[in-house]
Design a protein around this ligand. Structure first.
Ligand code: FAD
Length: 318
């Protein structure tokens, strides 16, 4: 089923969903099942699986020269989605990115997904590679997520890159996109970022999933802004508990989100790692309860492999 249909069927009830990362190369599906098994009692209608593009590393060889090595640390997104759907009968949402893909490769990936009966995609641009100072599109690929949304929409109309294909199979993908309650870090300001998000919705995106946030007022203001700018699609709240003191700086650095002063002070005051974790869990429970009371369509938890923490939170909220 499509994500958007799950929202319609929920009739205003807040849904829960989870995001998982593919295991590191050499790992197995057991890692995914071990993450998801304890969360199934909450009946998530869909589960997202992230996509990780190829990176280049420089390794020093015995000769003293550096060799450039291509490595994809977490492959397997499509296979994991198919496996989740087969094993649990739950809809899987593969993340689809522009980075590293030509349009032709994207088209072929979408054909694979369609043949596997995957009905949903979360369409993203992807980040810059580690040694690039900005996002560089693949030659023959897309520069912005909106262009990828347009490609999926075209396939939903039966239009393929090869214009000689007549009466091509119409896919029927439900399209999610990313939104940033605290602005995407490259956007000059919130107004500009909202306009580009609106462009994605006008291009055919069906719903938005937000970047994680720790201050609910940021999410609520963001929803208001989207509505004022003519976007009426569901806006899923992305949540991740803070569980380690080091995350006071790593989360802002990697995800460009702020940590509210009350939370930061409580974490700084905690002396033991387990106390920090408790502070983070309590904060996320309070956030989730408030958002649920406000009737958000879905609370989407970034599991990052920490099932036990997510389980504790969701059990308190639902
Ligand atoms: P876009 O919508 O293309 O926006 C990127 C930037 O360009 C923004 O600053 C925007 O304001 C600006 N912009 C947009 N359109 C235009 C235009 N036409 N002209 C000028 N500027 C424009 N990354 C992964 O690699 N794999 C994942 O699985 C993954 N999952 C994610 C899930 C969620 C819920 C979120 C929030 C992010 C995820 N990311 C993932 C990270 C994401 O790829 C990055 O945040 C990326 O930097 C931006 O992606 P986007 O789709 O928002 O890009």
């Amino acid at each position: 089923m499509k994500v958007i249909e799950h929202f319609e069927n929920a009739k205003g009830q807040t849904l829960i969903s989870f995001e998982v990362l593919p295991p590191l190369k050499g790992g197995s599906m057991k890692t995914i099942f071990d993450t998801l098994d304890p969360l199934l009692e909450f009946k998530p209608p869909f589960i997202d699986v992230t996509y990780h593009r190829q990176e280049f590393l420089y390794k020093m060889r015995d000769s003293g020269y550096y060799e450039k090595i291509a490595i994809r640390k977490r492959p397997g997104t499509v296979g994991i989605c198919a496996s989740i759907m087969h094993h649990y009968g739950i809809d899987a949402v593969p993340h689809l990115i522009c980075g590293g893909f030509t349009k032709e490769e994207t088209e072929n990936a979408l054909i694979d997904l369609n043949f596997l009966n995957v009905k949903n995609v979360l369409v993203l641009r992807g980040d810059a590679r580690r040694f690039d100072d900005r996002f560089v599109p693949e030659p023959g690929g897309h520069e912005y997520a909106v262009d990828l949304v347009r490609q999926v929409v075209s396939m939903n109309k039966g239009k393929y890159l090869d214009l000689d294909i007549e009466n091509g199979l119409k896919t029927d993908f439900c399209i999610g996109i990313a939104g940033y309650p605290e602005k995407h870090f490259e956007a000059p300001n919130m107004r500009s970022d909202i306009q580009f998000t609106r462009e994605k919705v006008e291009a055919g995106a069906h719903y938005i999933v937000t970047q994680m946030f720790f201050d609910n007022s940021k999410y609520l203001e963001y929803v208001d802004s989207c509505r004022e700018n003519g976007m009426d699609v569901p806006i899923v709240a992305g949540l991740k508990p803070l569980t380690r003191k080091s995350q006071l700086s790593s989360l802002p650095r990697h995800f460009h989100v702020g940590i509210p002063d009350d939370l930061a002070r409580a974490v700084e005051k905690a002396t033991k790692p387990e106390d920090v974790r408790e502070v983070g869990i309590e904060w996320c429970i309070a956030q989730s309860k408030e958002l649920k009371a406000k009737g958000v369509p879905c609370l989407h938890y970034y599991t990052m492999g920490d099932t036990e923490t997510i389980r504790r939170i969701v059990k308190e909220v639902f």
